[in-house]
Design a protein around this ligand. Structure first.
Ligand code: B12
Ligand code: SF4
Length: 545
């Protein structure tokens, strides 16, 4: 095969780049999907540099994404096709990559994103790529395009991994974008082109909005659905042991990267741009891994700025906000300011109510802040959204029970909760790199449709204690069976209801082992209260394992 990397590229005055977002055929099922921000930001940056760049979004096509992609490929004279990857979507991302190679055998193909950064060798092994981009794609892509324009060879670019003719992989680090570069990249995001309304339409019909009982409930759902995502931070330095995002920029740089983020006035400029580009937006979601730090000089001026912008009519008074936060960075003063500015939901990566498990996750310091800050948030009219992981490699059954009991308590108090049964060993996380946890890692055979490629991907990290693992797996299979039944009767089940279902399914299994979590009939009533259409069909198979 001709090596497209070392070949001297033909001079291309105006290179055309097609960027494909991560592909999840089950989109909308687990979470609110949205246009893929990473590739849209890259497209914006390329366009600002005079490059023709287009995003292909496989999660939002009118026809089968495979067919739509073929059509897109044949409709342009593409010089570079880039494929975005995440661990969860890799087999689907690869399916699209192989379609690209079949339709355009000569096109220069690049992979980027989370999974490509942490596993460049796997990308070369499973995918038809010429080059892997490590970390932020802006600089490497601009350099690649510059080389194409100048007719120069495309090897040796900082922030890429390439394979030599003997198959050896050479990774060339790049430093993370600095504050000014990050700001310019975020400012280039073409919000006016992003098909948010297509996503909203789909989500609204998935949630059968019109069928909701009261106008207030409908409005609440619409506010959540008609949201636009904004990222103002490059990464989170917290170093949680299960998290890959925290190591993403270090991996690409080969050393510890510096944190960079927008200032309060720059955030306001972006909010105004979003409102101008997507006038029907009801909620802006700050998708930063961590929105407020413990020593944070931005949060109060930003809230003041939002309030002033609302008063002067620069942004709509009804605009709401959601952000993901460190619970140990919250204070009564900050919560009040955020509530006044229109922050309606605050996400907190609590992960566990057990101090032992939090220690294992490298976030023991948040434990003492959970109770007072959740109470304060609820008191100030903000809904906390908690992400929880029921088990950890070293969890005991008592740890699992504590998290389930507390989750139920906080759900009833008004929190929203997203629950996952076990740690997913994402490439790049400290857990996934810990050899002592290899025996706890379970793999699944993954197949790439349309090819005969099969590989084993780590999908679960289960507790060392076999009794805990047994319980967690039984809870999981009971949950899946019940969810299947319930979703036959009703529309998509949002995470707040899924959490109740997890709790319900855990009751008999935990009780068998001497752990009381909650009263079963009471949990059913909570579920009916949130899903009235379920009542006539009850009892859906009892919560037995
Ligand atoms: C926002 C977000 C979401 C949103 C929206 C996603 C979207 N459509 O934009 C929602 C809520 C829908 C979501 C869902 C999920 N997410 Co999410 N999400 C994020 C989050 C917080 C930010 C992503 C983002 O927009 N970053 C900002 C952009 C600018 O960065 P970027 O995408 O990384 O892109 C840059 C580079 O990666 C690179 N790049 C990216 N693609 C490409 C392609 C090419 C060709 C090139 C050259 C470069 C390149 O250049 C870009 C610009 O610098 C990340 C955490 C994080 N910090 O990244 C998790 C994260 C990506 N999500 C994750 C997960 C697990 C999920 C879910 C599976 C959760 C679930 N259990 O349901 C689902 C999967 C949905 C799906 N189909 O992909 C994991 C992925 C882990 C992994 N290693 O694979 C992450 C890393 C969080 C974590 N550490 O656990 N997510
Ligand atoms: S706080 Fe969130 S983003 Fe930061 S390291 Fe922990 S899990 Fe990752």
């Amino acid at each position: 095969m001709e090596n497209r990397l070392t070949r001297v590229a033909e001079t291309t005055a105006r290179p055309q780049v097609l960027l494909i977002g991560p592909y999840d055929p089950h989109c909308g099922e687990y979470t609110f999907l949205a246009p893929p921000l990473g590739v849209w930001r890259l497209a914006g940056v390329l366009e600002s540099a005079g490059v023709e760049a287009k995003v292909f979004d496989p999660n939002c096509c009118r026809e089968r994404p495979q067919r739509a992609l073929e059509r897109e490929l044949r409709s342009g004279a593409w010089d570079i096709v880039g494929v975005s990857t995440t661990g969860m979507t890799l087999r689907f991302d690869l399916e699209l990559a192989h379609i690209v190679r079949r339709v355009m055998p000569q096109v220069f193909m690049v992979a980027g994103g989370m999974e490509a950064t942490f596993r460049p060798e796997l990308m070369f092994e499973l995918g038809p790529f010429d080059l892997i981009v490590l970390g932020e794609g802006e600089r490497p892509l601009l350099e690649l395009v510059a080389r194409l324009r100048a007719g120069q060879p495309v090897g040796g670019i900082a922030g890429t991994a390439e394979r030599d003719k003997d198959g050896k992989i050479l990774s060339i680090p790049q430093r993370a974008l600095n504050r000014a570069e990050l700001r310019d990249a975020i400012h280039s995001t073409p919000y006016h082109k992003m098909p948010y309304s297509a996503y909203w339409d789909r989500l609204e019909s998935a949630y059968r909005i019109g069928a909701l009982p009261s106008k207030a409930a409908r409005e609440a759902h619409l506010a959540e659905i008609r949201s636009v995502r904004l990222i103002t931070l490059n990464y989170c330095p917290m170093g949680c042991t299960f998290c890959s995002a925290t190591n993403f920029l270090h991996e690409a740089q080969g050393s510890v990267a510096s944190v960079a983020r927008l200032e309060a006035d720059e955030c306001l400029i972006m909010i105004e741009r979003i409102v101008a580009a997507q006038p029907h937006v009801r909620t802006v979601i700050f998708q930063d891994d961590i929105f407020a730090f413990t020593r944070d000089h931005r949060i109060l001026p930003l809230c003041e700025g939002i309030i002033a912008a609302k008063q002067s009519g620069r942004i709509p008074a009804h605009l709401q906000f959601i952000s993901t936060n460190r619970i140990d960075a919250m204070s009564a003063e900050r919560l009040r300011a955020m509530s006044r500015a229109g922050f309606r939901v605050l996400g907190f990566g609590i992960e566990s109510f057990s101090k032992n498990v939090l220690g294992e996750f490298n976030k023991a310091q948040i434990h003492r802040h959970i109770e007072p800050m959740l109470s304060a948030a609820l008191a100030s009219g903000v809904t906390p959204f908690l992400d929880l992981i029921l088990s950890s490699p070293r969890a005991t059954l008592e740890d699992v029970g504590e998290t389930l009991r507390e989750a139920y308590r906080w759900l009833r108090a008004g929190c929203e909760i997203g629950m996952y049964p076990y740690v997913i060993p994402f490439s790049g996380s400290a857990f996934a790199r810990d050899p002592s946890l290899l025996p706890q890692t379970y793999y699944a055979d993954q197949r790439v449709a349309g090819t005969d490629i099969v590989w084993q991907q780590p999908v679960k990290m289960l507790p060392i204690d076999p009794i805990v693992t047994g319980a967690i797996l039984r809870i999981e299979s009971s949950f899946e069976a019940m969810l299947g039944e319930i979703e036959e009767h009703t529309a998509h089940l949002p995470s707040r209801l899924r959490s109740l279902l997890w709790i319900l399914c855990s009751l008999p299994i935990m009780a068998e082992r001497g752990h009381y979590i909650a009263d079963e009939s009471e949990v059913w009533s909570e579920l009916y209260a949130r899903l009235p259409m379920l009542r006539p069909a009850a009892p859906i198979a009892a919560a037995t394992a």
